[in-house]
Design a protein around this ligand. Structure first.
Ligand code: GLU
Length: 377
């Protein structure tokens, strides 16, 4: 059954599996201590949802914030990558202990899963993470997931748990993601401006929707803000997963959002098969192919990307790696797996199939990005 109302989020008939993302600002107070009472109330909500037959995956931030206070690091542990990594190592062990203790008090077992961007970007590792999550959920366990910040490097990390939550939802086969925020949802303009109103439902993240997001809601403790929440919504909606932003500041935030119908619900806009959803949600392309207008029109009709339509190739990539396909304004219109290395793409870009054999020294492939390996964005 489709999810088109906030009340569906806590109804196992509509939402068999829910991913709940809890940010640092909710979990950790200004002194760097866990907000235990609030968390206890949230865990009791999780327990009653589990009791009603819903499977729950928690994506929990807070490692860096908890570790930073213990190590007395400046800027909440985010002054440098090595500070963040050290803080995460110290904080993660405390964070896991906290979740485990509180879930256990409700009769639930917690499981810790720390993932890096690469674990979810590479297909084989993604499937591995996916089967672990599935097995844990079958066993009645509550997986508590975070980015493995202590080993993640600057260029290849999520950095925010919003997008991580959307990717984890794909891997867990979830129906919906709830991002607990410090505001009631997406406002139609900067919340600091007069007359800003909450947008209750979004059917597809468009440029107009993106323009509503400001970094105004970032608390300083986490790294999210509305921009990363919208990116998470886009990943989810393309994968047929609903996503809601609700206010987490109150005790029992899920019940409050549902009872008062207060929050922003992003209704999924399409439902690609599992592999395409995964491909469309990948967030770290190794290069870009800028294409001409004729090519864009052909792609929109479902054609593969041919070398003749490519104007420019950027980046370093090998055959099989993810590339972003851009229009001449630099907007990403699609992404997919390249059949050629960047070097060979450069050699054949703008050339017809018949000219390519001489350049390459062998028969060309049928396309640079085959339509089966490509997702329109
Ligand atoms: N993974 C980070 C942590 O546990 C938080 C990322 C975020 O702020 O979203 O501290």
């Amino acid at each position: 059954m489709a999810i088109d109302a906030l009340s569906h989020l806590t109804d196992p008939q509509h939402c068999g599996t829910l991913v709940l993302k809890v940010g640092s600002a909710l979990l950790v107070d200004g002194r760097g201590e866990p907000r235990k009472e609030w968390l206890e109330a949230l865990v009791s909500e999780i327990a009653s949802l589990r009791g009603s037959g819903q499977r729950i995956v928690v994506v929990s931030s807070g490692a860096i914030a908890l570790g930073a206070s213990r190590l007395k690091l400046d800027k909440g542990g985010r002054a440098s990558l090595s500070d963040a990594q050290a803080a995460a190592s110290v904080g993660q062990i405390a964070l896991s202990g906290l979740w485990s203790e509180l879930l256990e008090a409700e009769g639930l077992a917690a499981a810790q899963m720390l993932v890096t961007l690469g674990d979810l970007e590479e297909r084989r590792r993604y499937l591995n993470a996916s089967s672990t999550l599935t097995r844990l959920l079958e066993a009645g366990v509550v997986p508590v997931v975070n980015e493995n910040d202590s080993v993640a490097t600057e260029e290849i990390r999520f950095g925010d748990n919003d997008r991580l939550a959307a990717r984890v939802a794909q891997a867990a086969g979830a129906d919906a993601v709830v991002l607990l925020s410090d505001v009631d949802g997406l406002m139609d303009r900067d919340p600091a401006q007069d007359g800003a109103v909450l947008v209750p439902v979004i059917n597809g993240v468009t440029d107009e929707v993106r323009a509503m997001a400001t970094k105004g809601s970032a608390s300083g403790l986490g790294s999210g803000g509305m921009v990363s929440k919208l990116q998470a919504a886009e990943i989810a909606e393309r994968a047929g997963i609903a996503l809601a932003i609700i206010n987490g500041k109150h005790a029992k935030p899920l019940s409050r959002a549902v009872d008062q119908n207060l929050g922003t619900l992003f209704v999924p806009t399409r439902s690609d098969d599992a592999r395409r959803s995964w491909l469309g949600g990948r967030i770290a392309p190794s290069g870009t192919l800028t294409v001409d207008e004729g090519c864009i029109a052909a792609l929109a009709k479902g054609a593969s990307l041919l070398a003749a339509g490519i104007i420019k190739v950027k980046g370093t990539f090998e055959r099989g790696e993810l590339v972003s396909i851009l229009d001449s304004d630099g907007c990403a219109i699609a992404q997919g797996l390249s059949e050629y290395s960047a070097e060979n793409c450069r050699k054949i870009c703008g050339k017809r199939q018949t000219e390519q054999e001489d350049i390459l020294g062998h028969a060309p492939r049928s396309a640079v990005v085959h339509r089966d390996q490509m997702v329109m964005l």
